[in-house]
Design a protein around this ligand. Structure first.
Ligand code: PGA
Length: 238
C-alpha cells in the first residue's frame, strides 16, 4: 500500500567494505524474494563502493562527492571514481556536512549544479537547528528557503529530505504534526518527492510515512543493522 515511498539508508561513517557488501547482498535477497518494489537507496562509505550484483531495485549512492571529474582535491572523490562503479546518485547538503564539515550554501549549490548538469539523482537535505525551531515557524521557513538558495527545486532527478538537525541521531523524532506542517511549507517551494529524516526507526516509520506530504524516509542509525532495515521495509510493504 505504501510501496511507492522512497527509503534511503545513510551509513555515514559506519560499516566496512566487507560488512557493507554482506548487508547489500542480504538486503537484495530479502527484497528479491519478498517482491519488495519500494525504491531503496543505500549510501555506504566510499571504501565500500563496488560493482554489486544486485537483483532487486536497490540503488547505491554516495554520501558526498567533489564537483570535478578528477584533479587535486585531497580526500575527495570525483566523477571518474563514481563512474567506475556506475554511481549516479549523490547526497548533498546533509547537516553533518553543513555543520561539522562547514560546507557553505555557496559550495553546496555549486556541487548541486555540477551534479545536476551530469544528470545525477540528487538527494538534497535541508533542516533547521533547535534554536531556529524554537524561534517559530517563520524563522524555520526563512532558514529552509536559505538552504534552497542556488538550488534548482524543479530538477527532475531531485529528491528532497527534510531533516531537522535536532532530530538527527538524537532519538528525538519530530511529531507527525510538525512533519506535516513543515513538509507543507517545503512542498510550496518544490514539487519534488520529499522525505523525512531524523531518528526514523521500526517503531515510528509506519506513522511517519502516513503523514500527508511525506514521500519516504532517509534513515541513519536505524538502517545500520540489517534486521532493523528489513523490519522497516516489511512495515513499508504491509
Ligand atoms: P538518524 O540520521 O536516522 O540517525 O537520525 C538521519 C540522517 O542523518 O540522515
Amino acid at each position: 500500500m505504501m510501496s511507492s515511498k522512497i527509503i534511503a539508508a545513510n551509513f555515514k561513517t559506519n560499516h566496512t567494505r566487507r560488512s557493507s557488501a554482506e548487508y547489500i547482498a542480504r538486503l537484495d535477497s530479502f527484497m528479491a524474494e519478498n517482491g519488495v518494489d519500494t525504491p531503496v537507496y543505500i549510501f555506504p562509505p566510499f571504501t565500500a563502493l563496488d560493482s554489486f550484483d544486485i537483483k532487486s531495485g536497490i540503488k547505491i549512492g554516495v554520501q558526498n562527492a567533489y564537483p570535478t571529474v578528477k584533479g587535486s582535491f585531497t580526500g575527495e572523490i570525483g566523477l571518474e571514481q563514481l563512474d567506475e562503479f556506475g554511481i549516479d546518485t549523490v547526497l548533498i547538503g546533509h547537516s553533518e556536512r553543513r555543520h561539522i564539515l562547514k560546507e557553505s550554501q555557496e559550495f553546496i549549490s555549486e556541487k548541486f549544479t555540477w551534479f545536476k548538469e551530469r544528470g545525477f539523482c540528487i538527494f538534497y537535505c535541508i533542516g533547521e537547528p533547535l534554536e531556529v525551531r524554537e524561534a517559530g515557524d517563520d524563522a524555520v521557513r526563512r532558514y529552509l528557503v536559505e538552504q534552497l538558495d542556488g538550488i534548482d527545486t524543479r530538477y527532475e532527478n531531485l529528491i528532497l529530505a527534510y531533516e531537522p538537525v535536532w532530530a538527527i541521531g538524537t532519538g528525538k523524532t519530530a511529531t507527525p504534526e510538525l512533519i506535516e506542517k513543515t513538509h507543507a511549507t517545503i512542498k510550496a517551494l518544490s514539487d519534488r518527492p520529499l522525505l523525512y529524516g531524523g531518528s526514523v526507526k521500526p517503531a515510528n516509520i509506519g506513522e511517519i510515512l502516513s503523514v500527508p506530504g511525506c514521500d519516504g524516509a532517509l534513515i541513519g542509525t536505524a538502517s545500520w543493522e540489517i534486521s532493523s532495515m528489513v523490519s522497516m521495509l516489511e512495515i513499508v510493504k504491509s
